[in-house]
Design a protein around this ligand. Structure first.
Ligand code: CO
Length: 191
């Protein structure tokens, strides 16, 4: 695969269709500058500001871009909110569609066939492997991402966080919590 990518890049460069420096800049941006911290800020804002939360529910693309998080693979977003009754889990069964603008690049397991098939067939089993045990009666909704629509899970706000700043709250929100393979951290469990 690596050799094929390299060969393709060489041909495209020789034909003047791509600029290797531009490719490097894009890769660097998504590897080091844009990551789950963006999504965590969106979640923290939703936890802190009910009006923003409503906006995020209604039009996630607009609400997220109001915080400056836009761009490739984040053009059409939907936010799904965990509640006392329902836990949300995101997958792309077809390939690896993922909201780059808020979460950065997808983890390796997200792209793996095992996750993509089992998230649908056995979501509770998948969650257990990630160390998440939900209460018996809690429903799991699985959302299948596409190139047209990508999902951000808004985890439930942990208890005992009244009065916390958005920065403090954002520290409780992991990448996995926003895919649905995790939940928000409990205060005190994070340094
Ligand atoms: Co896909």
């Amino acid at each position: 695969m690596q050799a094929r990518v390299k060969a393709l890049e060489t041909v495209l460069t020789e034909k003047g269709l791509i600029d290797p420096a531009a490719i490097d800049a894009i890769v660097d941006t998504y590897e080091t500058k844009i990551g789950p911290r963006n999504g965590a800020r969106v979640v923290a804002r939703a936890w802190s500001d009910p009006e923003f939360a409503e906006w995020l529910k209604r039009d996630a693309t607009e609400a997220i871009s109001s915080l400056g998080y836009t761009g490739r693979q984040g053009e059409h977003m939907r936010a799904v909110f965990n509640t006392a009754d329902t836990h949300n889990l995101v997958v792309c069964t077809l390939c690896s569609c993922y909201p780059w603008s808020v979460l950065g690049l997808p983890p390796v397991w997200y792209k793996a066939p095992a996750y993509r098939s089992r998230a649908v067939i056995d979501p509770r089993g998948i969650l257990a492997e990630f160390g998440v045990t939900l209460p018996e009666g809690k429903k799991i909704r699985v959302w299948d991402s596409t190139a047209e629509l990508r999902y951000l899970v808004v985890p439930e706000r942990p208890e005992a966080t009244e009065g916390w700043s958005e920065e403090q709250l954002a520290d409780l929100v992991s990448r996995d919590a926003m895919i649905g393979t995790g939940i928000a951290a409990v205060p005190g469990a994070v340094a």
